[in-house]
Design a binder for this molecule. Structure first.
Ligand code: BJW
Length: 232
């Protein structure tokens, strides 16, 4: 292929696995201990807010204790050195891309270290717990929820993502199973706009057939190797 100008990179839980954060659908995955419908839907939050708050309190704590790995660091280097358009769309709620130094990052499924007040609609950075129903720093109401996109809710900044997909020459998917929409459909959107698609994963994803090339192996090896090729 000609050298691409614009890139969209989609990341999933697999890129943070080697930082010690569990993925969702592996045998020892996050939902082994919880049924997804018990924790990752607005209905679950209405039914049992304490269970959901505890689940995300634990996730927030684990994320703060984790460190970026060579895959996050390689994408941060790409972000610094790539002159063309680049957008890292992450499904992850951790902040490891940012802590590695990446700036062009969009969190389509929200962020663990952000809370959203259902009473006044404000969002705040949050590193503590929510199970004790603390008051909102803006309005004082005890109506804070994790700032996370659950099943049935609209992922963030879809217009910006679709616009980037329509312009991209290269779409790269890293460490995501392709089980959750709309992210699972991005490869088709990028391909129909004329992009080349590359998948980096430990195993083939559900949408693997859509990709022009698949490279299998741990993200900590595959991502730095690919970034090295792009910046050569
Ligand atoms: C490694 C590795 C290593 C491991 N190195 N790799 C029927 C058909 C189609 C769609 C639907 C349907 N019924 C309902 C829907 C819609 C629904 C959906 O997709 N459901 C599916 C179950 C079918 N989607 C929604 O509801 C979304 N909203 C929506 O659609 O709104 C309407 C809309 C319409 C049109 C346009 C736009 C919007 C919202 C989805 C919200 C997802 N939220 C979650 C939880 C919240 C965040 C959190 O708690 O963290 O987000 S679900 C969960 O899955 C989480 C993840 O971001 C997401 C994706 O998971 P991911 O990252 O792929 O992880 P895994 O575990 O699945 O895979 C890990 C991968 O890593 C594997 O491939 C491994 O091989 C690999 N790996 N170690 C490299 N070392």
């Amino acid at each position: 292929m000609d050298r691409p100008t614009n890139m969209v990179i989609l990341t999933g839980a697999g890129i943070s696995a080697e930082s010690g954060l569990r993925t969702f659908r592996a045998e020892d995955g996050l939902w082994e201990d919880h049924r997804v419908e018990d924790v990752a839907t607005p209905q679950a939050f209405r039914r049992d807010p304490e269970l959901v708050q505890r689940f995300y309190d634990e996730r927030r704590k684990n994320i703060m204790a984790a460190e970026p790995n060579p895959a996050h660091e390689a994408l941060a280097r790409l972000d610094r050195e790539w002159d063309g358009e680049l957008l890292i769309v992450t499904q992850n709620i951790d902040d490891l891309h940012e802590r590695a130094g990446a700036r062009r990052v969009l969190h389509m499924h929200g962020e663990a270290l952000s809370v959203w007040c259902l009473a006044c609609d404000a969002r705040h950075r949050w590193t503590g717990t929510l199970r004790d129903a603390p008051g909102c720093p803006a309005c004082g109401e005890g109506a804070l929820r994790p700032d996370i996109v659950w099943f049935g809710e609209m992922p963030y900044e879809m217009d910006r993502i679709f616009a980037a997909l329509a312009r991209t020459d290269l779409f790269v998917s890293i460490g995501t199973s392709g089980a959750v929409y709309p992210a699972a459909g991005f490869v088709q959107q990028a391909k129909s706009a004329g992009a080349i698609a590359l998948e980096l994963n430990l195993e083939r994803s559900q949408g693997s057939a859509w990709f022009d090339e698949t490279r299998l192996g741990p993200a900590s090896e595959q991502v730095p190797a690919w970034v090295g090729e792009m910046l050569r």
